[in-house]
Each structure stands twice: as structure tokens, then as C-alpha cells.
Write a protein that binds this ligand. Structure first.
Ligand code: HEM
Length: 360
């Protein structure tokens, strides 16, 4: 009854038939048969981004971005605000899980050769999203203004300062002065809550429009892909959407479980005069930190800056037509070596206790 009235009300104002057709086509669009559970990492990344935005809005109600109030406001959220402990922990765990899931999604598209023609731009937007996810983590880490965050940011920005030529300028731009201060907090806050969410929103939009228009890649070689005809393949709705609903439910369960069983501590308030015993960046920066620590200064910076560039241009380097992983031994060997190096370097970084304030 209400539905009919609403439909009539809308039909008197808009040409519903014109909207209904393309919408229905998108919903009913069949997906290729190779679409599996691994193809839910993309929507999981989206789920986590939305969760970060929602919990971030809740955090903003009480958070204050000044050195005098930041730490106390987070403490207030964790101890006094209604359900504050829960949404703060979901936000902190969500940030970590998002790095893992976005990386796994990138790995999946790499293994299935989905970055090849005609989807090179989808990959390029994806690399931007991966980098922005890391920047989200870097800027968010400082916001509670605790010792770990303060000193990890000091180290992180010091690394930027070692870049030949523009390094000092970048460091001052990031810090807003000589050292990490209230000015840095303000800058990181604006980037974290305004610039990054909108940038990610629009890039995700472009990414998804491309995915929808070009369809999910099959494992057939470039130029020989056959789009599934209506009635063939896997229906997007309800089959794939049900799978996505299931993984969202599991992710939410995982977030709440981690928030309860393994909460992130707030630690001590930042003290610019007291260097803590061990300064560690967040785990996902450990491989990079290790490279900078072990290679001569400029070589380390060179390797670390080259990595994102290499990721961006990868679809234009690997121009072979094969998509099946077993038919791409060179690409797969490079992929496996990169993943193993990241794991080994990350583990080495985790195990090495460092007293230094700066590896460079
Ligand atoms: C916030 C981050 C991201 C979101 C929300 C996102 C979302 C999605 C979704 C929903 C899909 C379709 C389903 C699927 O294939 O899983 C997709 C496909 C794709 N994504 Fe992402 N993505 C993100 C990051 C990335 C990254 C980091 C890369 C690689 C560098 C990437 C590359 C691709 C490619 C190449 C496809 C096409 C897959 C195919 O046709 O088989 N995405 N993305």
C-alpha cells in the first residue's frame, strides 16, 4: 500500500521506466564463472572504508585535535562516552584490517591478471587507493597524541626529510615547523578527516564505475575474453550479493571480537622531551623502515620511492596476453618474491628493538 503510493508519487515526477531498465540490467548482470570467494576482497575493502567513516564520525563528536586535549579526549571516549570504547576499537582494528584486505584484493587481481588490457586504469586507481589507505594509517596514528604516535611520526617525517633535494621542504610541510608539534597534529587531522575520506570516496567511485562497465575479468587471454550471456555465468543478484553479505557479517563479527579481546591501549601522553625506549612504526610500515635501516641512506630511500612507481606502471610493463597464473611464470615469481620479501623484512623489523629516533 505505502509502496504503491510511493511509486505513484515518484512516477508522477520522474520517468521511472527509463531509470528502471539500466538499474535492472546492472543488478541482473551475470558475472563470469571464475568469480569466487576471493572476488569479495574488493567489497570487503569497501565495507571497511564505510565502517571507518561511520566510526570516525562518532569519534569526531568528542575528539579534540590539540596537544593539550587530544590525549584526554581519546581517554574520555574510551572510558566515559557511551559505547566509546567499542567504536574507538572498531576504528583502530578497522584501519589495520583495511590494510590487510586491500592488500589481499590487490594480490588477487595480480594473481588473476585482472590488471591487463582493458583494465589498466582500474589497477592504477587501485594503487592510489592502496597508498591512500597507508596514508590514512600514518595520519591517524598521531591523532591520540600518545608517546608511541608522537615518536613514530617524528621518525616517519625524518625519513621524508632524507629525500635528496625536496626532503627538507617535505619534512617542514608535514610537520608545520621544525619538530612534531600542535601544528603537525592540526595538519594530520585535516588530512585524515577531510582530504583522505573525500579523495578515497571519489577514487573508489571511479574504480567501481570501471569495474561495472568493463565487467569482472575472466582467466582467458587478453582479447579473447567472452562476456557471459544472460542466463550464463553467476547472477550478481542474489548469488554474489549473498556472498558479500556473508563476508560483511563475518567481518563485523571479527571487528567486534577483536575490539573486545584485543583492545588497543592508549599508553602515555606524548612527551617531546622524553624519547621512549623503542620506537616502532605501525606494522605495515616495518618492511619500508627495515629497507631504510639496512641499505645506505640514499639507496634505501630510492628503493622505497621506486616501489609505488613500479606498482603504478606494472600493467604497462607486463604486456603478455596470458591471465592464468600458471601461464605467467615470470610475473608470478616476481609476485611471490615481493610478498616473501615484505614478510621477511616485516618480521625482521618486528623483532628488532630500536632505541634510535631515526633510522636515517
Ligand atoms: C579502498 C580500496 C579498494 C576498494 C574499495 C576496491 C573495490 C573493488 C571492488 C568492489 C571490485 C569488484 C570485485 C572484486 O574484484 O573484488 C574491484 C575490482 C578491481 N580492483 Fe579494487 N578496490 C580497492 C583497491 C584496489 C587496489 C589496491 C587494487 C590494485 C592495485 C585494485 C584493483 C582492482 C582491479 C584490477 C579490479 C578488477 C578485477 C577484475 O576484473 O577481476 N583495487 N575493486
Amino acid at each position: 500500500m505505502v509502496k504503491d503510493t510511493l511509486r505513484r508519487w515518484l512516477a508522477e515526477r520522474f520517468d521511472l521506466e527509463q531509470i528502471k531498465g539500466p538499474l535492472q540490467a546492472q543488478i541482473e548482470k551475470p558475472l563470469p564463472k571464475n568469480v569466487s570467494w576471493f572476488h569479495t576482497f574488493g567489497s570487503m575493502s569497501l565495507f571497511l572504508f564505510v565502517s571507518q567513516v561511520l566510526t570516525g564520525i562518532l569519534l569526531l563528536v568528542y575528539y579534540r585535535p590539540t596537544p593539550g586535549e587530544a590525549f584526554e579526549s581519546v581517554k574520555f571516549i574510551m572510558t566515559k562516552a557511551t559505547m566509546g570504547w567499542l567504536y574507538r576499537q572498531i576504528h583502530a582494528w578497522g584501519a589495520n584490517l583495511m590494510v590487510i584486505i586491500v592488500f589481499l584484493h590487490m594480490l588477487r587481481t595480480f594473481v588473476t591478471g585482472s590488471y591487463k588490457k582493458p583494465r589498466e586504469l582500474t589497477w592504477v586507481f587501485g594503487v592510489m587507493l592502496f597508498i591512500l589507505t597507508l596514508v590514512f594509517g600514518f595520519t591517524g596514528y598521531l591523532l591520540p597524541w600518545n608517546q608511541l604516535a608522537y615518536w613514530a611520526t617524528t621518525v616517519g617525517t625524518e625519513v621524508a626529510g632524507a629525500i635528496p633535494g625536496a626532503g627538507e621542504w617535505i619534512k617542514t610541510l608535514l610537520r608545520g615547523g621544525e619538530s612534531v608539534s600542535g601544528e603537525t597534529l592540526s595538519r594530520f587531522f585535516v588530512v585524515h578527516v577531510i582530504v583522505l575520506p573525500w579523495a578515497v570516496f571519489f577514487i573508489v567511485l571511479f574504480h567501481l564505475v570501471l569495474v561495472r562497465f568493463q565487467g569482472i575479468a575472466t582467466l582467458e587471454p587478453v582479447g579473447q575474453e567472452k562476456k557471459p550471456k544472460p542466463g550464463e555465468g553467476i547472477p550478481f543478484f542474489p548469488h554474489h550479493v549473498t556472498k558479500e553479505g556473508m563476508v560483511f557479517y563475518l567481518l563485523l563479527g571479527l571487528l567486534v571480537t577483536l575490539a573486545i579481546l584485543a583492545p588497543f591501549e592508549l599508553g602515555e601522553k606524548a612527551d617531546p622531551l622524553q624519547t621512549p625506549f623503542a620506537i616502532k612504526p605501525e606494522w605495515y610500515f616495518l618492511p619500508m623502515y627495515q629497507v631504510i635501516k639496512y641499505f645506505p641512506k640514499l639507496v634505501g630511500i630510492f628503493i622505497v620511492s621506486l616501489a609505488p612507481l613500479f606498482l603504478f606502471i606494472w600493467p604497462f610493463i607486463d604486456r603478455s596476453k596470458e591471465r592464468h597464473p600458471l601461464k605467467r611464470p615470470v610475473a608470478m615469481t616476481i609476485g611471490i618474491l615481493v610478498v616473501l620479501s615484505l614478510l621477511v623484512l616485516g618480521m625482521m623489523g618486528y623483532l628488532s628493538e630500536s632505541k634510535k629516533t631515526c633510522p636515517v
